[in-house]
Design a protein around this ligand. Structure first.
Ligand code: ADP
Ligand code: MG
Length: 266
């Protein structure tokens, strides 16, 4: 049986100091459906990259490939200058590397994804204690600080089902922060929320941006993207149709598709 060689064995990607995420020519198909058709993007440390695009354009798939919740079909991904070793078919060479890199990525999904049978505090300490082997007392101390930061200091011992969607999502953000990730990945963190709860979650994300957290943020909140993003990427059918600084992209879009998209969501 032929074993595919890792791409990196023959062509190492230079590690660039201030790069948080670099995606190069990423492709992903589900059977015959080509969802990502050659996406390349770079997020430098401190960047807030907003990813916008219509439903089905591949936004979630892109984020999920970056932390290998989906296996790319081909392409290259580097986190903090460390390239993920993939075979020619996109499969990871080294599971341990994936696990290690994942702990540098904090992911927040559309649905809050908290463990329902655990309190908020237990949710937040889970990965630090059981995966990263942080001493329990230390993890608890840090979890309390994080819950405080997202305005849930008094809810540490409460189970998720007793909380509003906005509170649950803020807890999910605290949980993602518990590993002190170098990059936060947000996939439409407010789209499952009642409108009156959106603001409290955006406030937390805005604060993270203001303190220089690197993030990739898939969002339908165009006003928010314009306000917090340092760079905006517009995906159309699995390709980057246009990208640039928010003032350019929103204020002076060049692509007809982007213009039309902004009219429909704006
Ligand atoms: P977006 O987040 O931009 O709405 P997605 O990345 O979720 O788009 O999906 C892009 C396309 O890929 C859609 O057509 C979707 O149905 C398809 N897709 C996503 N995940 C899977 C999967 N696990 N299996 C098959 N098709 C999928
Ligand atoms: Mg999506």
């Amino acid at each position: 049986m032929a074993i595919a060689k890792p791409v990196t064995a023959t062509s190492p990607m230079p590690a660039v100091q201030d790069e948080a995420i670099r995606v190069t020519d990423l492709h992903k198909s589900f059977g015959p459906l080509e969802v990502l058709r050659g996406v390349s993007l770079t997020a430098h440390k401190g960047d807030v990259v907003a990813i916008i695009g219509g439903s089905g354009s591949g936004k979630s798939t892109l984020l999920r490939c970056i932390n290998f919740l989906e296996t790319p079909s081909s392409g290259r991904i580097a986190v903090n200058g460390e390239e993920i070793e993939m075979r020619a078919d996109g499969s990871p060479v080294n599971r341990r590397q994936i696990e290690r890199i994942r702990t540098r990525l904090g992911m927040v999904f559309q649905a809050f994804n908290l463990w329902t049978h655990r309190t908020l505090l237990e949710n937040v300490i889970e990965v630090p204690v059981y995966v990263l082997k942080v001493p329990r007392a230390e993890a608890i101390e840090r979890a309390r600080v994080l819950l405080d930061r997202v305005g849930l200091g008094d809810k540490a011992d409460v189970f998720p089902s007793f909380l509003s969607g906005g509170q649950q999502q803020r807890a999910a953000i605290a949980r993602a922060l518990a590993v002190d990730p170098s990059v936060m990945l947000f996939d439409e963190p407010t789209s499952a929320l009642d409108p009156e709860l959106v603001g409290e979650v955006l406030t937390v994300i805005r604060d993270l941006a203001a303190e220089g957290r690197t993030m990739l943020l898939v969002t339908h909140e165009m006003k928010f993207a314009r306000e917090v993003a340092s760079h905006v990427v517009y995906l159309f059918e699995g390709r980057i149709e246009e990208q640039g600084p928010p003032a350019e992209l929103f204020g002076n879009p060049k692509s007809a598709r982007l213009k039309q998209f902004l009219q429909t969501v704006g």
